[in-house]
Write a protein that binds this ligand. Structure first.
Ligand code: SAM
Length: 307
């Protein structure tokens, strides 16, 4: 699919570029916040699986750049991948299932202070096989919950991406062991056709006798007993957030909206270390050296065949 056809089709992709967000997912956190006010009074935040950084951008703008009281604000963003810098955001490269990552995050906060908010928009590589994608996403959400039990202060908030499927109620039961209030939210910027939703979990409390441990990052075996889960059989609210009269993520919009002319824009933040940079330089007929991507190589060999 050409770059321009994606621009044309997806209104949030276009708006993200216009407004300078690194990814359209920025709108998901903005819409969750407008519904639940999760950023109110927040000073210490951890953004798990943060790259390329659009959620960190939202946090940086709301809590740091637009704030008059920046002194106590600390935002820590963690990902397996590198991320371009952002004002007021400390970046760590690490795996959220590793104890060393949990300790590195805690070391960023004075005296190992616990944080007000943990956000998680992580995703493994999606295969397109719903059952498999849902399972792997559930594992990553559990890893995020597990590291959160290390980092979050009592009463704190956790927001995490969940893929709705046959096992999501079990996952939500696990969350309800740790949070007094769990709601599933679907921001308007998240396509209806996507199985993605977000759990907004408030009022964090560790169950009696529960000791956070990174030795069991996916919270399997004995860390949660079935008895504990049984007492949490409740219907979790499901809430749409963002203005319902706003843009529809599943709709195709004309290039000119409300008199505003469409302008083709480059990505707000290009990839930091794209694999194609490793490709060998190609000597062109004019003797100039250019970087050759796998696609270029394919095109070049196809052209050679046609000569
Ligand atoms: N929230 C980001 C934003 O707004 O720009 C988008 C996150 S992207 C959808 C998913 C990210 O999860 C990827 O950058 C990937 O590297 C990260 N990820 C997946 N597994 C991870 C793990 N075990 N530890 C750390 N990051 C992980």
């Amino acid at each position: 699919m050409g770059k321009s056809s994606k621009d044309k089709r997806d209104i949030y992709y276009r708006l993200a570029k216009e407004q300078g967000w690194r990814a359209r997912s920025a709108f998901k956190l903005i819409q969750i916040n407008s519904q639940f006010h999760v950023l109110d009074g927040v000073k210490r935040v951890v953004d798990l699986c943060a790259a390329p950084g659009s959620w960190s951008q939202v946090l940086s703008k709301a809590l740091y750049s637009d704030s008059e009281d920046k002194d106590d604000v600390k935002i820590v963003a963690v990902d397996l991948q590198s991320m371009a810098p952002l004002p007021g955001v400390v970046q760590l490269k690490g795996d959220i299932t590793k104890e060393s990552t949990a300790n590195e995050i805690l070391a960023q906060f004075d005296g190992g202070q616990l944080v007000d908010l943990v956000v998680f928009d992580g995703a493994p590589d999606v295969t397109g096989l719903h059952d498999l994608d849902e399972y792997v996403q559930a594992q990553l959400l559990l890893a995020a919950l597990n590291i959160t039990t290390y980092l979050l202060k009592p009463g704190g908030t956790f927001i995490g991406k969940i893929f709705r499927g046959k096992d999501s109620s079990l996952l939500i039961s696990q969350l309800e062991i740790f949070f007094g209030d769990v709601v599933v939210a679907k921001p308007c910027s998240s396509r209806n056709s996507s199985i993605e939703s977000f759990v907004v979990c408030r009022d964090f409390r560790l169950p009696d006798g529960y000791k956070p441990t990174m030795a069991n990052p996916l919270m399997t075996n004995d860390s949660l007993s079935w008895d504990e889960m049984d007492v949490h059989r409740v219907i979790t609210p499901f809430v749409a957030c963002g203005s319902l009269s706003g843009f529809d993520a599943d709709k195709t919009y004309p290039l000119e909206i409300d008199g505003l002319q469409y302008i083709q824009r480059n990505p707000v933040q290009g990839p930091i270390a794209p694999p194609y940079e490793k490709s060998k330089p190609l000597i062109t007929t004019k003797g100039t050296s250019v970087v050759q991507t796998p696609i270029d190589q394919g095109v070049a060999s196809a052209e050679k065949l046609m000569d």
